[in-house]
Design a protein around this ligand. Structure first.
Ligand code: COA
Length: 320
């Protein structure tokens, strides 16, 4: 037995922001952003929270699966941009959608978060701990972005995606996961400073800081390695794969990965032109768009791969 993804859903904030809009805030241009990243627009929260976007994506995934919130056993939210430390986003979502019988908790592996959450849910189901799971990737990164830093504010967007998976079915899922904390300084975001009656630490600006070139080089090297590794576990080669659903960070990164795997770029669907980099929400939102567009056909071999801060990266082979 294995697991099956039987429903997907997503939600984006109502406000869409173009590159031209950003050129009014920082010294940049539509041409520069498109050429270096492939991004033309993104959705930015004007009030929607991570929990609200997650709840909307979950409701759509449950509707797509033909299941009710009361039936959910496990509710996992991958996010690095929760509104508060406690309660976790998953518990907030549980309350909003009425998933009264679910166990709910969050997981943070930045842009690999959805993949790591899917792997966790798979392991829970394989171990018999639960029979089904709602797995969510959700971010409101716009509150972590320094809107005066043109090197980062052009990259990110807000949104949420969810899948509903159940135990059952014959097609096996294969996973690999990796982390390298020694390189964590390449992409950071501070939260609160230590401030108590005994100490006050100097405050770093609590915004996303990134060495773009280092992250670029890491992604183009490590992601193809991870994909080859998971394909090896599944006894497959890249030629056997119908679609590579990758984290949507930068179109040039995706092109570089396709080249290393010697695969046609057509096998790598993209939506980053419309939504930017939504960190852990990128893969489930893209999966939902592909499913609703009828591009996920029964029997297809799909590779998912996420990579990002930590550093973290991972890949999964699954059939739909
Ligand atoms: N508009 C115009 N110019 C910009 C700019 C912007 N938005 N951002 C940076 N520049 C400038 C820089 O200041 C620099 O100018 P200088 O040469 O006068 O110093 C020049 O463009 C080149 O900057 P650089 O950072 O070397 O550009 P790059 O080709 O590496 O592209 C990124 C920058 C961020 C697009 C690219 O490194 C990238 O996408 N990296 C991966 C980031 C990522 O995906 N992070 C998330 C991972 S999950």
């Amino acid at each position: 037995m294995s697991i099956r993804i039987i429903g997907t859903g997503s939600a984006l904030p109502a406000k869409s922001v173009t590159n031209e809009d950003l050129a009014k805030l920082v010294e940049t241009s539509d041409e520069w952003i498109r050429e270096r990243t492939g991004i033309a627009g993104r959705h930015i929260s004007t009030g929607e929270t991570v929990a609200e976007l997650s709840a909307a994506a979950c409701s759509r995934a449950l509707e797509d699966a033909g299941r009710t919130a009361e039936e959910v056993d496990l509710l996992l939210v991958a996010t690095c941009s929760p509104e508060c430390g406690v309660p976790c986003v998953a518990c907030q979502v549980q309350g909003m959608i009425g998933a009264a019988h679910a166990v709910a908790f969050d997981l943070n592996a930045a842009c690999s978060g959805f993949l790591f959450a899917l792997h966790t849910a798979w392991a829970y189901m394989e171990a018999g701990i639960c029979r089904n799971a709602l797995i969510v990737g959700a971010e409101v990164l716009s509150k972590l972005v320094d809107w005066t830093d043109r090197g980062t504010c052009i990259l990110f967007g807000d949104g949420a995606g969810a899948v509903f998976a159940e135990y059952g079915g014959k097609e096996k899922f294969y996973f690999v996961q990796h982390s390298d904390g020694s390189k964590g300084g390449a992409l950071t975001c501070d939260t609160r400073q230590l401030k108590n009656p005994y100490v006050e630490m100097p405050m770093e600006a609590p915004w996303i800081r990134m060495d773009g070139r280092e992250i670029f080089a890491f992604a183009v090297r490590r992601v193809p390695e991870g994909i080859e590794e998971v394909l090896g576990k599944a006894g497959m080669t890249a030629d056997d794969v119908d679609l590579f659903v990758l984290h949507q960070a930068n179109y040039r990164i995706i092109e570089g990965i396709a080249k290393r795997l010697k695969q046609d770029a057509e096998k790598f669907p993209v939506n980053l032109d419309r939504v930017g980099n939504m960190s852990s929400a990128a893969i489930p939102v893209l999966l939902d768009e592909l499913k609703r567009a009828g591009r996920l056909k029964s029997g297809m071999n799909i590779v998912l791969s996420g990579f990002g801060a930590g550093l973290t990266w991972g890949a999964c082979v699954m059939k739909v």
